[in-house]
Design a protein around this ligand. Structure first.
Ligand code: ADP
Length: 501
């Protein structure tokens, strides 16, 4: 692989003079994947200008023609799935099967969005007046800025790029500095498939180009999935800089609720995958296990027994169950949260420490951790973003729902029970954007909306047909072919006094 990866601006590889940064393998940080530019706002200016230029021609193409290019891009990603999956494992630390799932999500998203190119879009309503038509259509925002995270380094850029392209926009992506090569290679597939190269621009770096995207007057929409604190900054600066669509997806504190009648083996499997898959670093990772007292001890014991057997190791090794956390700083933060839980009276049943993995020098591996806590403990409420499951014991089903809702976030939740009435009762009361029954909190599918309530976001949803909304403006169109001035609400309901006269 190239050791230097440049920005992609207007179809050219541009490597600005100035500081650089390295993308490294989290399992072995001495393994440098590439050196990239720490770009400034100047690169963002160039990228926005290039995107705008290419966008004018792209937006003039019929939507099905754009969709055909997106379909080709999806197939280009599919053709390189194995290589991309290995890159995801190496750069983001996801184990190979999860890394392949990350890439598959991009393929599925491309195929789905391409299909939307020939689907009905908008609303048509009967006008209240004769000789008049009324409908809605969508228009591009122009250039979309995307600040993407590292934990789904191919899937998330695809979740944003494909709908934004279908909607007729140009794009500037600023990938996370933790997994920039994955984003670059994804864009390479898109461009190789025939999408005009100037349309999809990539600017590498950290907060500086991110801030420049947020502030840029030439950008009509900013899409940001990431941490709540950074999202707060993006929201505040983005709004201050002038009108643009701001689509935020920030954090979660996802809970799995297990009722006394649940299939415990199924719940153990779900909790293992939900809490420790991707080393707990998914937005939808299961962070809390809310369990009814009657089965709590048995469930925790069975889960601990299975968790202990998880193999920590190199994500590129097919026998590994759990890879490293993204960097040493993340490891310190996660372990400090577990230490604080201990101090607050939490009982660490398993894990709670860093682990050394042979052959992975310098990688930060956190042992999958189970900690029994009380509702008021910090770890029961704050996002950990690591392989840590906080167990909370409750008596009644209503208490379980209360605990699930007792957090500032509202992304995903799960209910395990064999009682359909209890499941639906809980589904109705849980305040999250996604609820699963008898499945863990992770595993969103492409055709349905993804997003959350409360501090998880600002109301936008990704994926599904709704995914296109965040990158376009609705336009309401009225056509009056009656040949005379007709007044809505006035001609149809004449003023009463006039009628009587
Ligand atoms: P993480 O998702 O790793 O927790 P953040 O939420 O802090 O990290 O960052 C997500 C993305 O936002 C990264 O691409 C990062 O470079 C970028 N970023 C960081 N600070 C800012 C900022 N002030 N404005 C815009 N983007 C930022």
């Amino acid at each position: 692989m190239d050791q230097r990866i440049a920005n992609r601006i207007g179809g050219l590889a541009v490597f600005p003079d100035g500081p650089t940064f390295d993308s490294t393998n989290p399992a072995r940080p001495a393994d440098v994947i590439a050196t990239l530019p720490s770009s400034t706002g100047a690169a963002v200016d160039d990228a926005v200008a290039a995107a705008r230029e290419a966008q004018r021609e792209w937006a003039a193409r019929p939507v099905p023609a754009r969709a055909e290019m997106i379909a080709a891009a999806a197939e280009a990603v599919a053709a390189r799935k194995d290589d991309l999956a290995r890159l995801v494992a190496r750069e983001a630390g996801k184990i190979l099967v999860e890394a392949a799932g990350d890439v598959q999500e991009a393929v599925d998203m491309g195929r789905f969005v391409a299909g939307q190119g020939r689907a009905a879009a908008g609303e048509t309503v009967p006008s209240e007046l004769p000789g008049k038509l009324a409908w809605t259509t969508r228009q591009p925002v122009g250039v979309v800025g995307m600040i993407t995270p590292w934990n789904f380094p191919v899937a998330i850029p695809s979740w944003k790029c494909f709908p934004a392209l279908l909607a007729g926009n140009g794009i500037v992506i600023k990938p996370s500095e933790e997994a920039p090569v994955c984003a670059d290679r994804f864009v390479e597939c898109v461009v190789d498939a025939g999408v005009p190269a100037g349309l999809v621009n990539v600017v590498h770096g950290a907060a500086e180009p991110g801030t420049a995207i947020t502030l840029h007057p030439g950008i009509g929409a900013v899409s940001f999935p990431g941490s709540a604190p950074t999202g707060g900054v993006v929201a505040a600066t983005g709004m201050a800089a002038g009108p643009k669509l701001l689509s935020l997806e920030l954090g979660g504190k996802n809970a799995m609720m297990v009722l006394a009648d649940a299939d415990l083996e199924l719940a153990v499997e779900g909790a293992l995958f939900g809490a420790f898959g991707t080393a707990g670093q998914r937005c939808t990772s299961t962070s809390r296990l809310v369990v009814q007292r009657a089965v709590a001890d048995e469930l925790v014991a069975r889960l601990a027994e299975r968790t202990e057997k998880l193999m920590l190791g190199d994500p590129l090794d097919p026998s590994t169950d759990v890879g490293p956390v993204i960097n040493a700083r993340a490891g310190e933060r996660i372990l400090a949260m577990v230490a604080a839980a201990r101090e607050e009276g939490g009982d660490v049943v398993l894990g709670g420490e860093a682990v050394t993995v042979a052959g992975c020098d310098g990688g930060t591996f956190v042992a999958p951790t189970i900690v029994r806590v009380e509702r008021n403990h910090t770890i029961a409420r704050k996002e950990v973003f690591g392989p840590v499951l906080a167990v909370l014991v409750v008596d009644e089903v209503a208490d379980a729902v209360d605990v699930v809702n007792d957090t500032e976030y509202g992304l995903s939740a799960a209910v395990y029970t064999r009682n359909i009435a209890a499941a639906l009762w809980a589904v109705e009361r849980i305040d999250t954007g996604i609820v699963y029954v008898n499945a863990p909190t992770i595993g969103a599918e492409i055709p349905l909306p993804f997003g959350g309530t409360k501090h998880t976001g600002n109301g936008f949803r990704e994926a599904g047909t709704r995914g296109i909304e965040q990158f376009s403006h609705v336009k309401t169109v009225y056509v009056d072919y009656s040949g005379r001035l007709q007044k809505a609400q006035i001609d149809t309901h004449p003023f009463e006094a006039e009628e009587q006269s």
